[in-house]
Design a binder for this molecule. Structure first.
Ligand code: ATP
Ligand code: MG
Length: 503
């Protein structure tokens, strides 16, 4: 990677990738923080719901107390009072007995007589508590004490008519008959709520089990019962996790998309810069190519003009140099024109049946003398008649370009072989040299327009970098193929294959 491209890569990374990475990390961290806050809020909400169920239970008991006090007030006669209390019991649904005693604990009245002895014993045992309740009552505060009593709970309190009162409450009935409706309505389809007694379900919405509970609390009235609940449809943790994962996946997808975008931007810029570099190289190469023959022509023409050369032989030599250089000039210009015509799609090939071997042989004969002068061993291996359908001039251009390269890129071993032949219904010509060769990673690039290898001999040789691009254009136009075998220690072999003409 050259320096400016490296710089652009770094700038692109800094202005786009780093912010994405920072954003993603920050988003990830804040997500976790937010989820913690949400979880806290959720838990508080669950607490509030459990609290409201406890509060509701208290309200029910208070309403019973209110009614009981009413009954006491209306029934001065002991027998009537007992009957009224008895009638009231079924209405409560879960109170099995109401026991009343006066402050001296002697006048005992009860709705039912079962368990009466044990209940009055419990009242006696708690007499200090009762005394305190009387004090509270004078301060307008009615306290209720719940005392465990097997399947029942005894709710002990003092009425506003100065009676000691005990509700014998059936725990299970209270939950299933008095509370269940309320629990169901709170749960609706958002929560699962249940009441549990040492891990066993007393009542629950759906099939809720204690181990699924996200939040739980003691039942105020029934101390060995537990209230528990959770959010429906997966635990809260699962919900939060799935949310976090979705968000992270989205961030990752966004990051990936941005990275792909950055990559494409980078690739385009890199390509543009390389192209700009190649174009400027091309201009300087072409200028250099044109300047050399022009300078020679100029020099020899001036010498002749000044009439300094007397010998006819010398003069003839100068004329031939001038014409040779002029030819070189026109061939360069022609090549560039031919290339730009091909590039613009303006060149039309004239297809005719030609003998590839014949064309190659002609070029061989034309170039033999020229190459021998340059100390080349140039040989031709004929493959016999090869009839293909092609543009004669274009195919000559291909062969000439290959021979020109073989000659230009040969070093100490000056040996070129031109070969023709047939392989797999293709006629081919092959130009093999023992020159500097082309490295593996440059082999794919040499057919690009304006491309010239960057190092060594190539740098010292004139060229515009369009010879092989021209070859490729022409071969493509003939639906042919190019095969290149090259090694920097052995030299190169270019094989151009053309489809054989159909009979
Ligand atoms: P031009 O042909 O336009 O005067 P050029 O010879 O540099 O210039 P191409 O013929 O397109 O351009 O060749 C492109 C590059 O491929 C060359 O610059 C050279 O690096 C490499 N190359 C081509 N033929 C050979 C070869 N026979 N041996 C080694 N390298 C070669
Ligand atoms: Mg060339």
């Amino acid at each position: 990677m050259n320096k400016p491209i490296k710089k652009i890569a770094i700038i692109l990374a800094v202005i786009s990738l780093f912010p994405i990475i920072f954003f993603s990390i920050n988003e990830y961290l804040s997500l976790n923080k937010n989820e913690k806050i949400i979880q806290d809020i959720y838990n508080k909400q669950l607490d509030a719901i459990i609290f409201s169920i406890n509060q509701y239970s208290d309200d029910i008991v208070r309403s019973w107390i209110f009614k009981t006090e009413d009954i006491i007030r209306q029934n001065k006669d002991e027998k009537l009072l007992q009957n009224s209390l008895n009638e009231y019991l079924p209405i409560t649904q879960s109170v099995k007995n109401i026991v009343l005693a006066d402050t001296l604990l002697d006048a005992l009245t009860a709705a039912k007589f079962s368990d009466l002895d044990s209940i009055s014993k419990i009242i006696k045992n708690n007499i200090n508590l009762v005394r305190r309740f009387f004090i509270y009552k004078n301060q307008n505060y009615q306290k209720i004490e719940s005392i465990n009593f097997g399947d029942y709970v005894l709710l002990l309190f003092v009425t506003n008519n100065n009676k000691i009162c005990v509700f014998q409450l059936n725990k299970k009935d209270f939950v299933t008959k008095n509370l269940s409706g309320r629990i169901r309505s709170i749960a609706s389809d958002q929560f699962d709520i249940g009441v549990f007694h040492s891990g066993q379900t007393v009542y629950s919405t759906e099939n809720f089990k204690i181990y699924k509970a996200q939040q739980s609390a003691n039942f105020w009235l029934i101390s060995d019962y537990q209230l528990a609940m959770s959010v429906k449809g997966g635990t809260l943790e699962e919900l939060i996790h799935s949310r976090v994962y979705t968000n992270i996946a989205l961030i990752a997808a966004l990051g990936l998309l941005m990275s792909i975008g950055v990559f494409f931007v980078y690739r385009n810029i890199k390509r543009e810069m390389e192209l700009a570099q190649i174009k400027s190289d091309f201009v300087s190469n072409v200028s250099h190519e044109l300047r050399t023959p022009l300078a020679l022509i100029n020099m020899y023409a001036e010498t002749l003009e000044m009439d300094r050369i007397k010998s006819e032989v010398k003069k003839k030599e100068y004329y031939s140099i001038i014409s040779g250089e002029a030819n070189r000039l026109s061939s360069i210009v022609n090549r560039i024109l031919s290339f730009s015509k091909l590039e613009a799609g303006k060149r039309n090939f004239v297809f005719e049946e030609i003998d590839l071997n014949e064309s190659a042989k002609k070029i061989y004969e034309t170039y033999l003398h020229h190459l021998q002068n340059k100390q080349f061993v140039f040989s031709f291996v004929s493959g016999g008649e090869i009839i293909i359908s092609g543009d004669k001039e274009a195919i000559s251009e291909v062969i000439v370009n290959l021979i020109d390269n073989a000659c230009k890129y040969s070093n100490q071993i000056k040996k070129i072989v031109l070969r023709t032949g047939i392989a797999d219904r293709f006629g081919f010509i092959e130009v093999e040299d023992s020159g500097i060769g082309i490295s593996q990673d440059e082999q794919a690039k040499v057919f690009d327009k304006f491309y010239r290898a960057a190092k060594g001999l190539v740098h010292d040789t004139n060229g515009t970098g369009i010879g092989l691009a021209l070859v490729k254009h022409i071969v493509d136009g003939h639906k042919g193929k190019i095969e290149l075998e090259s090694d920097t220690s052995k030299g190169s072999k270019f094989r151009i294959l053309f489809p054989m003409a159909e009979d």
